[in-house]
Design a protein around this ligand. Structure first.
Ligand code: NZQ
Ligand code: ZN
Length: 394
């Protein structure tokens, strides 16, 4: 039986070629006085996108201050810098030009400005944010889905502690999505993005409790679409239609749509990956691919009907007599897909070799971050997390 749910997607989406030309007008509609133009490590400058955005803001008569330098696994130190800069400059709107890292950094700065006290408290689960400065997005990578999600993930520099904060307050006002902007992505980042998009739906699909046929159909259709177009993009990075399919999938996969009617999502693979990102600074999508197979083999017996359905409806496995065997073939098929798009399926392939001590630290931090336990397909405790990390060593 389906569980009750709330579905809240207040973000206006402007999708298509040249969509970023409307940036100035869209920001102006927000009635703001001063904008923070927030961006990453240089790709948006190199591609000429930032010049176009700056021109669009100037044409709309908007004054702005710029802060670049957001890195993947965005850091708390830059968030503090942004908060200080915005206070000094009287910023009342943030425009994030980039991917999940830039958007999440913008959300954290927005929290810091709209609430009293230390912004890290919200990521450390000590307090809940009550408000956020309004944010707009020009998306340059289809991956994290932050442009429509309620979430922001920040890494504290000391100790590499990566933590998420979820609240509807940070949902962005508008998201400009021009698939052409994603054509300059390195193949590895495109593949990381496709993996993350798949995972946001898989985390809501492999669950015990609730469920709706309509939501399952949307989820399975979304996953099949990503599987198809990820491979097309590997061979044809300039294929507009493939870029568009993946970009829209990225937003729908993490705006709550594929979770409507389920009792509780799983998100264990994400929890396991966030610790890898914090300790080893790996790319989020690649980290997810590296642990997913071990997680799936550890939990599938506790969530067998879903793994069997996934194998048949998403991975195209022929249903056999033995449900467990069908489920395992679905897991293998997904790992083979990851390999075909150049994603790792173990920590070794990810390029890291944690020591026994580090594995124990990862599992402990993961358990602490989750409040002791995590998951819906199977509820994991610290010992389970440690076993999955060990199984994924490769
Ligand atoms: O910094 P620049 O130079 O722009 O380079 C970026 C970065 O190196 C590059 N890039 C982005 N657009 C490009 C481009 N290079 C060439 N052409 C373009 N058009 O790609 C690299 C990755 O960018 P990043 O923003 O880090 O990627 P992504 O969107 O995957 O974001 C990852 C972060 O989001 C978090 C992850 O944990 C990670 O910290 N997540 C956020 C979520 C959310 N807020 O809802 C949910 C996710 O599960 C995830 O945890
Ligand atoms: Zn993710």
């Amino acid at each position: 039986m389906s569980s009750g749910f709330q579905y809240y997607t207040p973000t206006r989406v402007i999708f298509g070629k040249d969509a970023e030309q409307q940036t100035g007008e869209l920001v102006k509609e927000q009635n703001c006085k001063k904008v923070l133009l927030h961006y990453g490590g240089g790709s948006a400058r190199r591609s000429g996108l930032l010049d176009r955005i700056e021109k669009s803001l100037a044409e709309a008569g908007l004054s702005y201050v710029a802060l670049g330098g957001v890195v993947p696994n965005p850091r708390l130190s830059l968030v503090y810098e942004g908060i200080e800069l915005c206070r000094k400059e009287g910023v009342d709107f943030i425009l994030a030009v980039g991917g999940g890292s830039v958007i999440d950094s913008a959300k954290a700065i927005g929290y810091g400005l709209a609430n009293e006290g230390d912004v890290w408290d919200f990521y450390d689960r000590k307090r809940k944010p009550q408000a956020c400065l309004p944010i707009g997005v020009v998306l340059t990578i289809a991956a994290a889905g932050s442009e429509m999600s309620d979430s922001s993930v920040i890494t504290k520099d000391e100790g590499g502690i990566k933590r998420g904060c979820s609240s509807n307050a940070c949902r962005v006002k508008f998201a400009i999505m021009n698939p052409v902007l994603t054509m300059s992505l390195p193949a590895y980042q495109t593949a990381c993005g496709c993996t993350d998009i798949l995972m946001h739906t898989m985390e809501r699909y492999f669950v015990n409790g609730g469920g709706m046929e309509l939501t399952d159909s949307i989820a399975e259709g979304l996953m099949r679409t990503v599987l198809k177009y990820a491979e097309i993009l590997r061979d044809e990075p300039g294929n507009y239609d493939a870029r568009a399919e993946i970009m829209w999938a990225g937003s729908l996969s993490h705006n709550g749509l594929t979770g409507c009617g389920i009792a509780a999502s799983d998100f264990s693979s994400h929890a396991l990956e966030h610790e890898l990102g914090g300790m080893f600074d790996v790319a989020h999508g690649a980290g997810l691919a590296a642990v997913w197979g071990s997680w799936a083999r550890y939990v599938y017996r506790d969530c067998l009907p879903r793994f069997e359905k996934f194998a048949v409806n998403v991975m195209g496995v022929e249903a056999g007599e033995d449900a467990q065997e069908t489920a395992r073939r679905g897991i293998t098929a997904m790992e083979n897909f990851y390999r075909r798009i150049g994603m790792p399926t173990s920590l070794k392939e990810l390029g890291i070799a944690p020591t026994g001590e580090q594995l124990a630290e990862l599992a402990h931090k993961c358990a602490v971050a989750c409040g002791g336990k995590k998951g819906s397909a199977k509820v994991l405790q610290e010992a389970d997390m440690l076993q999955i990390y060990r199984d994924s060593l490769g």
